[in-house]
Design a protein around this ligand. Structure first.
Ligand code: ADE
Length: 247
């Protein structure tokens, strides 16, 4: 089934943009997903095609009008999947949420500009607010491109035979181990000996140990979750958590 993405934006010319190249571009051409970018301005009702107005209560900036945004939602949202508003105040995106979105038939993304969208339309439509991280973009569009890239590469058939999901960062709760290729010595730096040994078991153990060490030092939050899950598994199940049987 084709995954349907709909983006509601004041800058439809930004799409597909980078999503027309590489993995998402190939998947788009192969019909694994389809993309529609609707111009919010097309839903303005006055002669000047006004989409925003000054905030009640005063203050800087402009706010997108609820009536205009709601008309765009009504036209674009297929209602078979979530309606997402991209904003720094939303739930921070992670691979778990990306997987949830990729399992849906569709994803509709509302991109804000200016100070944002009138709160009432977010309430009325029960919008899911999502953030890319604790920083401020000039609008939701770059966040929508990143979100769709992350989602689309998980669609069945999107990754080529040589790409693998199993061992990449976050799939097993760990950051990725380091990679090396030829030449075996570069600028006096050698590749770790074990990787040249041809001993698959030892390579696996080395990669897992490196992934664990990197996660522990760089991301204590992920490490705490990983060790908690590992403890839970060893208490309740035969065999290890995902991280123990991969790599
Ligand atoms: N719009 C502006 N900044 C954003 C962010 N950090 N995440 C999602 N959407 C945004």
């Amino acid at each position: 089934m084709t995954f349907r993405a709909c983006v509601l934006t004041l800058f439809p010319e930004m799409f597909p943009g980078p999503l027309g190249s590489s993995i998402p571009g190939r998947a788009l051409k192969a019909g694994l997903w389809e993309l529609e970018a609707l111009d919010i301005r097309d839903f303005a009702t006055d002669r000047h095609r006004t989409v925003d107005d000054t905030p009640f209560g005063g203050g800087a900036g402009m706010v997108l009008r609820p009536d205009v945004v709601d008309a765009a939602i009504e036209a674009g949202w297929p209602k078979t999947g979530p309606l997402v508003y991209l904003t720094p105040r939303g739930r921070v995106l992670d691979q778990e949420l990306v997987r949830e979105f990729a399992a849906q038939p569709s994803l509709t993304i509302l991109c804000g500009r200016y100070e944002g969208v009138d709160e009432r339309v977010l309430e009325a439509r029960e919008v899911t607010e999502v953030s890319l991280g604790d920083f401020v973009l000039s609008g939701g569009e770059p966040a929508a491109l990143a979100l769709l890239d992350a989602v689309v590469r998980l669609l069945p058939g999107a990754l080529g035979a040589t790409d693998s999901l199993d061992e990449e960062s976050f799939e097993n709760g760990l950051l990725e181990y380091p990679h090396y290729t030829r030449p075996a010595v570069w600028q006096g730096r050698s590749v770790p000996e074990v990787l040249l040994s041809g001993h698959h078991q030892k390579v696996s153990e080395w990669r897992k140990a490196r992934a664990e060490a990197i996660t522990q030092t760089r991301r204590p939050d992920l490490w705490a979750r990983y060790t908690a899950r590992r403890a839970e598994f060893t208490n309740t199940a035969v065999g290890g958590p995902n991280g123990e049987c991969g790599q």
